[in-house]
Design a protein around this ligand. Sequence first.
Ligand code: HEM
Ligand code: HEM
Length: 412
Amino acid sequence: MTGAAGAPHRLDPAGGCPHADNARLLARGAVAPVVLPGGVDGMAVLGHEALKEFLAHPRVVKNARHFTALREGRIAPGWPLATFATVRGMTTADGDDHRRLRSLVSKAFTGRRVEELRPRVEELTAGLLDDLERAARDGGGVADLRAHFALPLPMGVICELLGVDAEFRDRLHHLSNQVVATDIGPERALAANRELLAVLGAVVEARTARPGDDLTSALIAARDEGGDRLSHEELIGTLVLMIIAGHETTLNLITNAVRALCGHRDQLARVLRGEASWSDAVEETLRWDAPVSYFPFRYPVGDLPLGGTVIPAGTPVLAGYSAAGRDRAAHGPDADLFDVSRPAEPGAARHLSLGHGAHYCLGAPLARMESAIALERLFTRFPGLDLAVPEAGLARGASFVGNSVQELPVRL
Ligand code: HEM
Ligand code: HEM
């Protein structure tokens, strides 16, 4: 196995900055053997071209039936990554089943609907900037931008999209944080999960009684049309997915973009002068510091030659988005450089950080609009905004699935 020589890389369940390890692994090959938490053998696809091929490969699936070690009972109960493999819904569905689940949401989640949300996103952003300013005043000039801005914005936007009434919002916000928290015990996580389902049940009841022009109402209509279009469990599961998938990801993107722009003031100045757009800053952040670092799992249905090695059938494989974004073979020798005016090759994607192929991020237009507005409003109102502590001193997120820091103290 030429491309993947050397001892398998042990992924740290505590997370940490991925880029140094990624560079070391990429130097060895585009595909690397890894040891997952719990000593489970897996692989990670790190090279841009290899990842692109892998994500769209017809012999690669997401249904955990094909996860050999799980099927053979070799995975311990309570394995920390089990939920990602076994949760039912579009992220673990293939083929027709995936198309059915995804088309119901994508029909209700059109470019038009996203564009219609723009004024509300702008309003939410303005309100949160007031909160941030207040927090900084109360905190002796320093406020945590992640807690006061980058976190409540995506959640507020998802609530708009789903048609969640104001009375449920704070609770939903709290619960979705608990569900993805890694620092609470399994009992509290389970209780949060149960309550999340109950709150979403109440949201569905409210929208059943008073339908609106929102995603939940559209899904209810699909469920009630009968046939095999959408079961009640799938309806609730889809709402959970929208909340979970749209939350930590956008939070990390906004946080990483602010860190990148503060750490590269020349780049920030270029955007403020209009030489590059806020969308350019968003795209370059997606490439340079991918919010989703390693996404679990896909499984080849047969032995799969890829990137100079062979991935055995049934291996749990991670999509290495944070590595692919800095792959020199795809992005050139200056791949490590944050450059908002980096020319995109004609017809080529600048990055794969929103996925590729059938499972390409459903929320991409929303995530892009939302984060461009967030950055524009933030730096237009506070052009001198800067980190209040050195970048190197920031505590990293506690998961290798995500890629960000836990807090972002800033001075406005
Ligand atoms: C910056 C923000 C975001 C990033 C970086 C991001 C990233 C991704 C990635 C990498 C995938 C593919 C995962 C895989 O199978 O390998 C994905 C899928 C998905 N994303 Fe996003 N996402 C973001 C925001 C959102 C938002 C705002 C929503 C919804 C409100 C959303 C909903 C979804 C859904 C439903 C899927 C699953 C699609 C499927 O399995 O067919 N995402 N996202
Ligand atoms: C920033 C990146 C992300 C981080 C740090 C993250 C973290 C987590 C964590 C810790 C859990 C709980 C696992 C458990 O209960 O054992 C979870 C659940 C889940 N995540 Fe993510 N996630 C990320 C991105 C995504 C994306 C892009 C998607 C969609 C494609 C997604 C879909 C899900 C789903 C469906 C669940 C299960 C929810 C349930 O309990 O029903 N996540 N995530």
